[in-house]
Design a protein around this ligand. Structure first.
Ligand SMILES: [Zn+2]
Length: 433
């Protein structure tokens, strides 16, 4: 078997040498978490993360990073228990340590990122800068947190499984198109019958989850509201019906009066959110009163909500304002992404109207107990929802908070990467120490 190369990052830190300062940091995290038997794994995951961040992969341009992952896998001289399949354009690596079992535990990570304006960043978005600040190491770059940490940790775990085989089955899925819900990503893998409820005992969909286990995802829908008034010259407002004024009033009214669906889960109440995020008029002239204006509402709805019911209730509020001003209105559902919840366990006393398409396997509770975690529902949409809608038991795991995603100077701390690494190591190596 080939040796994994000693690696040096651009700041000159030797990260696979047991005497280096950075490696000591990794070792300390490994001792506190679940992989004290293999501290090298975190150093390796850090190096992979740095390499992956240095390859730009904004949605639609993932070719280079997927090629890099394929090449990395080719360098490994994988033993025959591994099988690398490229389902254009996505990569699925299978590790078959238990050939009698037809099911795989899957680690699922998207490789694409949202776009960025490099001028706003103090560390270049593709720098992969690894910097120590007050004893904490931060790795900067677009995608470091959301969610190249998943691919980096997967590659490091594949290396560890080469060195230390286990009698379990794992799948590592590297896929594109998550950030825009592109149909060539997770949904393609499901539609092609590659990820199915029959071959997956649980899919760990990696997203920044603050080391929690998230077993439910909100729906994400977008509604366009449009107002048609009467255009006119700005000097004669009395002869026009100003669509901007009417729409602005409607936005405020919808925000105030829209009844947000909610669910109670244990002690916590989850409430849907609604936010106007786009306001538009067909032309930008300042001396014309606009006869038409439109806005988009982005809604994050608790999992069991019917988008059409929500659309109708927004339409009613909009119609009401428009009628007052004798304007026309239109309310259109332009995007719907399902939500979903997996059952946490038999004794869960969730409200019965929660959509619960699948039961989670025992290993998820074992993981939760070992890490002292409570079940959570994520307020952000992720492909967790895609999996659950297809009846595939799934949860989100991952390091760092979603609040830092999609922002300038995105970073992941090595400690946060260690949070993910420790849970993946627990799933792979529990009972082997
Ligand atoms: Zn993500």
């Amino acid at each position: 078997m080939k040796q994994f190369p000693e690696v040096i990052d651009k700041t000159g830190i030797l990260i696979s040498n047991s005497s280096s300062h950075f490696f000591d940091h990794c070792k300390k995290i490994a001792e506190e978490k679940y992989f004290q038997f293999n501290p090298k794994i975190l150093a390796s995951a850090s190096k992979h993360l740095q390499d992956l961040v240095r390859i730009r992969s904004v949605t639609g341009f993932e070719g280079k990073i997927l090629h890099h992952i394929t090449q990395t896998l080719e360098n490994y001289d994988l033993p025959p228990v591994f099988d690398v399949n490229v389902y254009e354009p996505n990569i699925v690596v299978e590790y078959r340590g238990d050939p009698k079992n037809k099911k795989f535990t899957s680690f699922v990570s998207h490789v694409d990122t949202v776009d960025f304006d490099a001028n706003e960043w103090s560390h270049a978005p593709d720098s992969g800068d690894l910097i120590e600040i007050d004893g904490e190491w931060k790795l900067y770059g677009r995608g470091s947190l959301d969610v190249k940490q998943g691919s980096a940790a997967s590659l490091a775990l594949i290396e560890a499984l080469i060195e230390q085989p286990v009698d379990k089955n794992f799948r590592f899925v590297f896929y594109e198109g998550e950030e825009t819900g592109d149909p060539t990503g997770a949904s393609a893998l499901i539609q092609q019958g590659i990820i199915t409820p029959e071959n997956t005992d649980v899919a760990f969909v990696i997203e920044p989850s603050k080391k929690n286990i998230i077993h439910g995802a909100f729906c994400n829908i977008t509604i366009e509201v449009r107002v048609d008034g009467i255009s006119g010259h700005s000097s004669e407002p009395d002869h026009a019906i100003n669509a901007i004024r009417v729409l602005a009033e409607a936005i405020v009214e919808i925000d105030e009066k829209f009844e947000r669906p909610s669910i109670r889960l244990g002690d916590e109440l989850f409430v849907s959110t609604l936010a106007p995020t786009v306001f538009d008029t067909p032309d930008k002239s300042t001396n014309v009163i606009k006869g038409t204006a439109s806005a988009l509402f982005d809604l994050r709805l608790v999992p069991n909500t019917d988008p059409e019911v929500v659309r109708k209730s927004i339409e009613t509020l909009l119609n009401c304002v428009c009628a007052r001003h004798e304007a026309e209105s239109k309310c259109t559902l332009i995007k719907t992404e399902q939500g979903g919840v997996a059952l946490w366990n038999d004794s869960t006393d969730f409200d019965s109207d929660i959509m619960a398409p699948c039961q989670l396997p025992r290993k998820v509770y074992t993981l939760a107990r070992a890490f002292n975690l409570k079940p959570l529902i994520g307020k952000f949409w992720s492909d967790l929802a895609t999996m659950l809608s297809a009846g595939i038991p799934a949860v989100n795991i991952g390091g760092g908070p979603i609040e830092r995603a999609h922002k300038k100077d995105e970073y992941l701390t090595i400690e946060e990467l260690g949070d993910l690494m420790s849970q993946m190591c627990f799933l792979a190596f529990d009972g082997l120490e």
